[in-house]
Every structure is written in structure tokens, then in C-alpha cells.
Design a protein around this ligand. Structure first.
Ligand code: FAD
Length: 317
């Protein structure tokens, strides 16, 4: 079922969902199942599976370092299919501009259709680690709105090199990313919101936000989005702080602010076990307030660990 249908059916009740990251290649899918299993009691209608773009790695060959481009965590669509069938839950593969040609994207969408996947999350992707700025892949898209348009075209039977007249076109529900504290490259929040509006105008059906730790930033973002006519559901993304390093890492990577109160609480912790507990308590407080405000879904970034999400969900759902 589509995300928008799940939201409609819930009739105002806040739903629980989460995102997982594919394991490094070669890992056993059982590990992934073991992480998902404890969260199924909260009845997620859908689970997101991220896509990792390719990176340069250095491989020693005859005493010399050879640079190769590889994807370290492939398998997004396969994982989506296996989770969908094992847990009887909708799964949402993330589709990226970066690292994929339009043809590769088209093949991925065709696979999704055959596998009964009805939702996709359309994202630009970040720059590769060695790049300062995002550089579009040759034959790929430069921005997420172009990717949304390609997905929308496929739903109308308009493929890159064919028009297929059939009554069995995929009818994808499309999610896109939103940034309550603006995307790191955007010159202002208003500019970024206009770009979000372009993604919605291109055919996006719902928005999932970047993590944030101060709910007032989310509420202001939603208000501004509504003011400029973005009327699709906006789903907040929640990430519990788990280690002291997150105080530097999360602002550095995502350009988000951490509230003073949370910084003080984390700094007072003697070890990461205590930090984890602080993260859980903050996550509970944030989630309860968002739920009371009537958000359609609380979407958690699990980053491969389900224990802290379970601790939060047990108190909130
Ligand atoms: P866009 O919407 O294309 O925006 C990128 C930047 O360009 C913004 O600053 C925007 O203001 C600007 N912009 C947009 N359109 C235009 C235009 N036409 N002209 C000029 N400027 C424009 N990354 C992954 O690699 N894999 C994942 O699975 C993944 N999942 C994510 C899930 C969520 C919920 C979120 C919030 C992010 C995720 N990301 C993922 C990270 C995402 O790929 C990065 O944040 C990326 O830098 C931007 O992606 P976007 O889709 O928001 O890009």
C-alpha cells in the first residue's frame, strides 16, 4: 500500500516507521532481520531501506595502490523484497541521482514494480567523500526534482527510450527529503523550501525530514511549507543520540544544531551507556510532543541498531 494510503487509513493516529541501512556486502541477512524483529511489535506500516552511493577505495595490486569505484552496501531492492515478504510490511527503497545513470534508475524502478514495491524515496545523494561538491553522475540527474519527474514518467508508461501503452504501469508513491534547518548547501531556508516545492510540483507525494533535535524547528518548517502551498504530508525524522562523538559528528555531517540542554546532558555523561540513555530520554520527549501535535508518522533513523528505537517506541506507542 502507498504511504499516503497508510496515513489516510490511520485517520489521525500517528504511525511508527523506521529506516535501515543495508549491511556491508557479504553480511548475512539474518542480522538485519534480528534488528528489525524487535521493532515489529510497534506495527510499522512501512520500512525504508537506504541506498549507498559508490565510493573510491584503494586496493593493493602488485605492490601498488589501485583506485577503484565500488558500492560498499549494495542490495537495497533485494533487501526491500526480502523484508516485505518476511514481515509482510511495505518497504521503501531509496533511489539516488548520485552514482546512477537514468537507465540504471529505470531498471531499478522496473524491478520494484515486479516485486510489488509501491513506494520509493527520491534523493539526490551526497558528494562522494573525496569531492567538495556533489557532481552529477554522467547520464544521471543533478537534482532530486529531475529524478521525481523520471519516476512520474514511468508511472505514465513513459520510459527513457519507449512509451509502453498498458494498464499495468507502476503507480509509485514518491517521497522526498525536507530539511527543517535547511539543506547544508542551500543559501537560505526559504530558498530550500522553494526547491522542496519544486519536488512536490514534479510529483512527490510526501516529505520525510532530516533529523532535528529541537521540535520548534520542525514546527516552523511545516508552517513555512504550508504558507508556500506545500500540502503533502510531512513526516519528521528522529535520530536518538547514542555516543558522545555525535555532538560533533551530527552537526558536521548534517549541519544541524543541537540544543544547549541536550549538549549539557551528554557532556555530563561518564560513558556512552549514559549517553545512550540521555538520547533515549530526549527521543521520548521529542516523540511525545510531535505525536501530540498530530504528526502523521514518527520515522526513526535506526542506523543498524534497534535497541534505542525500541526503548523510545515502548514509551510513545
Ligand atoms: P535536492 O532536493 O536535489 O537538493 C539538494 C540541494 O540543491 C539543496 O540545497 C537544494 O536547495 C538545492 N536544489 C534543489 N534543486 C535545485 C535546482 N533545481 N537548482 C538549484 N539548486 C537546487 N543519502 C544517500 O546517499 N542515501 C540515502 O538513502 C539517503 N536517504 C535520505 C533520507 C532522508 C529522509 C534524508 C533527509 C536524506 C537522505 N539522504 C540519503 C541524504 C541526501 O541524499 C542528501 O541530504 C543530499 O545532499 C540532498 O538530497 P536531496 O534529495 O534533498 O537533494
Amino acid at each position: 500500500m502507498k504511504v499516503t494510503e497508510h496515513i489516510e487509513r490511520a485517520n489521525g493516529k500517528t504511525l511508527f516507521s523506521f529506516e535501515i541501512v543495508p549491511p556491508q556486502k557479504g553480511a548475512n541477512i539474518q542480522e538485519l532481520y534480528n534488528n528489525i524483529d524487535p521493532l515489529m511489535e510497534f506495527d510499522p506500516p512501512f520500512i525504508d531501506v537506504t541506498t549507498s552511493r559508490e565510493e573510491y577505495v584503494y586496493i593493493e595490486k602488485e605492490g601498488l595502490l589501485d583506485r577503484k569505484i565500488v558500492r560498499m552496501r549494495p542490495g537495497t531492492v533485494g533487501i526491500c523484497a526480502s523484508i516485505k515478504h518476511k514481515f509482510n510490511v511495505d518497504t521503501i527503497p531509496h533511489v539516488l541521482c548520485g552514482g546512477f545513470t537514468k537507465e540504471e534508475t529505470e531498471y531499478m524502478l522496473v524491478d520494484c514494480h515486479y516485486l510489488g514495491i509501491e513506494n520509493v524515496m527520491a534523493l539526490r545523494g551526497d558528494a562522494m567523500k573525496h569531492q567538495r561538491y556533489f557532481e552529477p553522475t554522467k547520464g544521471g540527474h543533478a537534482y532530486a526534482d529531475q529524478l521525481v519527474k523520471q519516476i512520474k514518467d514511468v508511472t505514465r508508461g513513459k520510459y527513457l527510450h519507449d512509451v509502453v501503452e498498458t494498464n499495468n504501469n507502476p503507480d509509485f508513491c514518491i517521497g522526498v527529503a525536507g530539511y527543517p534547518e535547511k539543506h547544508l548547501e542551500a543559501p537560505s531556508l526559504d530558498y530550500d523550501l522553494k526547491k522542496l516545492q519544486e519536488k512536490v510540483n514534479a510529483g512527490a507525494d510526501y516529505v520525510v525530514t532530516q533529523m532535528f533535535f529541537d521540535n520548534s524547528k520542525f514546527f516552523e518548517f511545516v508552517e513555512k511549507a504550508r504558507e508556500i502551498g506545500i500540502n503533502v504530508p510531512i513526516i519528521p525524522g528522529i535520530k536518538p543520540i547514542a555516543v558522545k562523538r555525535h555532538l560533533q559528528l551530527l552537526p558536521q555531517v548534517f549541519k544541524i544544531d543541537i540544543p544547549e540542554e541536550l549538549i549539557r546532558a551528554v557532556e555530563q555523561c561518564k560513558n556512552n551507556k549514559e549517553v545512550r540513555q540521555v538520547g533515549i530520554e530526549w527521543g521520548i520527549q521529542q516523540s511525545r510532543e510531535l505525536k501530540e501535535a498530530g504528526v502523521p508518522v514518527l520515522h526513526y533513523y535506526s542506523m543498524g541498531k534497534s535497541n534505542n528505537i525500541k526503548a523510545i517506541a515502548s514509551e510513545v506507542f
